[in-house]
Design a protein around this ligand. Structure first.
Ligand SMILES: [Zn+2]
Ligand SMILES: [Zn+2]
Length: 213
């Protein structure tokens, strides 16, 4: 409610041409966003579908990753603002640019400290809006673990403590899941999320992201 009101007072401005309306207008969008060629998300080997290659699939249980754009230029700026400058509207904008893909929609929860500072989780907004747009079911399946303090622990305990950042919060048995994140970097985080989801009984995990760094 307040958020909507704020957006009426302060509407989005195109990051390129400064026209009012969207954070990137329909005119500028095709000029500044660079589509990403489909590839294995873990080793970047090109293919036609974004499928994870057989070698990487052995280590990372993500069947396919659908990534819209290359993480460059104006897109970086827009994503930065979405994460750190309270621009939730950017998450709604990008939800419309994620590739269409069936499945039950879930998301990679953002890091706790950063999220508390902002008061929202951009990946959640992105996933939730994507689900609404495509009339798909949205579920909050993953939770980030808060780790106990590292002080006074030996190395083995510290290592143990850094393992397992995510836990599955609901029953996922037999589900085909779409795991949404804003930007994928190395793929280690989505891989970890997919591993816990698969271990909890999920049938398949497909990753969906705006960009790959
Ligand atoms: Zn523009
Ligand atoms: Zn690969």
């Amino acid at each position: 409610m307040l958020e909507k009101l704020f957006e009426i007072i302060s509407p989005d401005i195109c990051v390129v041409c400064k026209n009012q309306g969207k954070c990137l207008c329909d005119n500028c969008m095709p000029k500044v966003l660079i589509y990403k060629k489909p590839a294995c998300v873990f080793c970047n080997e090109l293919n036609d579908t974004g499928k994870t290659c057989n070698r990487c699939y052995k280590k990372h249980p993500i069947r396919t990753a659908k990534i819209s754009f290359r993480y460059e230029g104006a897109l970086k700026e827009l994503i930065w603002a979405m994460k750190y400058e309270n621009k939730r509207s950017h998450a709604r904008y990008f939800a419309g640019l994620l590739m269409s893909q069936p499945g039950i929609v879930c998301f990679v929860p953002s890091d706790g400290t950063a999220r508390r500072k902002r008061g929202y989780d951009q990946a959640e907004i992105l996933a939730n809006n994507y689900a609404k747009l495509h009339k798909l079911e949205f579920k909050k399946l993953l939770l980030r673990q808060t780790h106990s303090r590292q002080v006074g622990k030996n190395r083995a305990e510290r290592l143990k403590n850094t393992k397992g950042n995510f836990v599955v919060a609901q029953n996922v048995k037999g589900l085909d899941l779409l795991l949404v994140d804003d930007v994928i970097t190395t793929g280690a985080t989505i891989s970890e999320c997919a591993s816990v989801l698969k271990a909890a009984g999920a049938k398949s995990v497909t990753a969906l992201a705006i960009a790959k760094a």
